[in-house]
Design a protein around this ligand. Structure first.
Ligand code: AMP
Ligand code: ZN
Length: 115
C-alpha cells in the first residue's frame, strides 16, 4: 500500500534491522525499544489492524502465531523467562502505524495493567 511505512519496510524501501523473514512475514527491531527485546512482527501484505482480519488471513495468522512467534521468542532468548505479544488496535488501542503489527517484548519483567 502506498505511503504505508511498514509496507515500505517489507519491500526494503526503508531500512530496518530484520531479525526474521519468510515469504509471508517479516520481523524487525522497533526503532524506539520499550524493552531489551522489542521487535515488530508484520505480515508482508497490507492489513490495517486486528479489526480487519478475516477468514482470508487464517493461514497467514496461523503461520505467524503458531510458527513465527514461538520461534522468534526462542531465537531471541525470551521463551523461557517469558515475554509479551501486543497488538495495539485503532485509536483507543494506541495504534500509531496503520499496518497490522505484533510487538514482541521481553528481557524484563512486564507490568499489568498497561497504561
Ligand atoms: P503502535 O503504536 O502499536 O502502532 O506501534 C508502532 C511502532 O512502530 C512503535 O513502537 C514505533 O517505535 C515503531 N516504528 C515506527 N516506525 C518505525 C520504523 N521505521 N522502524 C522500526 N519501528 C518503527
Ligand atoms: Zn502496509
Amino acid at each position: 500500500m502506498a505511503d504505508c511505512i511498514f509496507c515500505k519496510i517489507a519491500n526494503k524501501e526503508i531500512p530496518s534491522t530484520v531479525v526474521y523473514e519468510d515469504e509471508q512475514v517479516i520481523a524487525f527491531k522497533d526503532l524506539e525499544p520499550q524493552a531489551p527485546v522489542h521487535v515488530l512482527v508484520i505480515p508482508k501484505t497490507h492489513v490495517q489492524s486486528v479489526a480487519e482480519l478475516g477468514a482470508e488471513q487464517k493461514e497467514l495468522m496461523g503461520h505467524l502465531f503458531c510458527e513465527v512467534l514461538p520461534k522468534l521468542a526462542k531465537d531471541l532468548g525470551v521463551d523461557e523467562k517469558g515475554f509479551r505479544v501486543v497488538a495495539n488496535t485503532g485509536a483507543d488501542g494506541g495504534q500509531t502505524v496503520g499496518h497490522l503489527h505484533f510487538h514482541l517484548l521481553g528481557g524484563r519483567s512486564m507490568q499489568w495493567p498497561p497504561g
